[in-house]
Design a protein around this ligand. Structure first.
Ligand code: HPA
Length: 269
């Protein structure tokens, strides 16, 4: 892993200032990267070992620039396990940004709302996660220079960053929800029975990403803020079938609010 990270870093280091904050922009949110100042765009195809994003709404660029006085590196689109990539591949970008020097990760996604208090269009700070993908981004030989073999996940999401994001949202006139994110393999949406199971387990929202990235980020010592856009009510919670088009539509509708929250957080970090 370290050899791959070194190769990727060497390939882009002359084009990238060491970032302070790394971001992963999920479904429909990638355009936030276009708002970075002095931005440089590096397609994933130019980064050795970086898997290519293949899902609609995921552009597949690393965009580096500034925002809120911070040096930011944003992943415009991510790869998912369900595309057939391994757990180490889908987290390579996050590890690379940590390797480049980022100490903070802001990870975003679209998620289905399980908790009955969640509404479509809500933004939710992830208070904790459940890795239900059946795999881990920490498999294989461990390199102690990257992080510990047995990672403590007691406080996976930084409570101070959650408080900060909550107060930024309040200043902007909306309530940032808070809840537990369950990350599943996908790519099918869940059945209503699976959603009842997840609710019983204590999940408030469900998606197909994020949890492995958070494991990799914590492994490398980054502090993490996770924000979900509740793009739909989970299967059986709301009415009707679920579709990626609807997920993208909601994400696009919420984008202005999401972007101002991200900018406010970057300015306040
Ligand atoms: N389930 C899983 N992943 C999702 C959902 C959902 O309802 N919405 C957006 N991503």
């Amino acid at each position: 892993m370290m050899g791959k990270l070194d190769q990727a870093k060497a390939a882009i280091a002359n084009r990238v200032e060491a970032p302070e904050v790394a971001m992963v922009l999920g479904s429909g949110l990638g355009r936030y990267a276009d708002t970075l100042e002095d931005a440089r765009t590096i397609p994933y195809s130019q980064i050795p070992h970086m898997p290519l994003a293949g899902v609609s709404g995921h552009a597949g660029n690393l965009v580096v620039g500034r925002r809120g006085g911070k040096r930011v590196a944003a992943m415009q689109g991510r790869t998912h396990l369900y595309e057939g990539h391994g757990a180490n591949d889908v987290t390579f970008g996050v590890r690379l940004l940590a390797w480049l020097g980022a100490k903070t990760l802001i990870v975003t996604n679209a998620a289905g709302g399980i908790d009955s208090r969640l509404r479509v269009g809500d933004l939710m700070a992830i208070s904790d996660q459940m890795n239900l993908t059946g795999t881990s981004s920490l498999l294989g030989p461990n390199d102690e220079q990257l992080g510990p073999r047995f990672l403590d996940m007691t406080v996976a999401f930084d409570p101070r960053l959650i408080e900060l994001a909550t107060s930024v949202a309040a200043d902007q006139g909306f309530e940032l929800r808070r809840g537990v994110y369950a990350g599943l393999l996908g790519p099918a949406y869940e059945t209503p029975a699976e959603i009842r199971m997840l609710r019983t387990l204590g999940a408030d929202a469900v998606g197909m990403s994020t949890v492995l990235e958070v494991l990799a980020a914590r492994h490398m010592g980054m502090r993490v803020l996770g924000i979900s856009c509740i793009s739909n009510l989970a299967a059986g919670v709301g009415e009707g079938p679920l579709s990626h088009a609807d997920v993208e539509k909601t994400a696009a509708r919420v984008r202005p609010r999401f972007e101002s929250l991200l900018s406010g957080v970057l300015g306040a970090i």
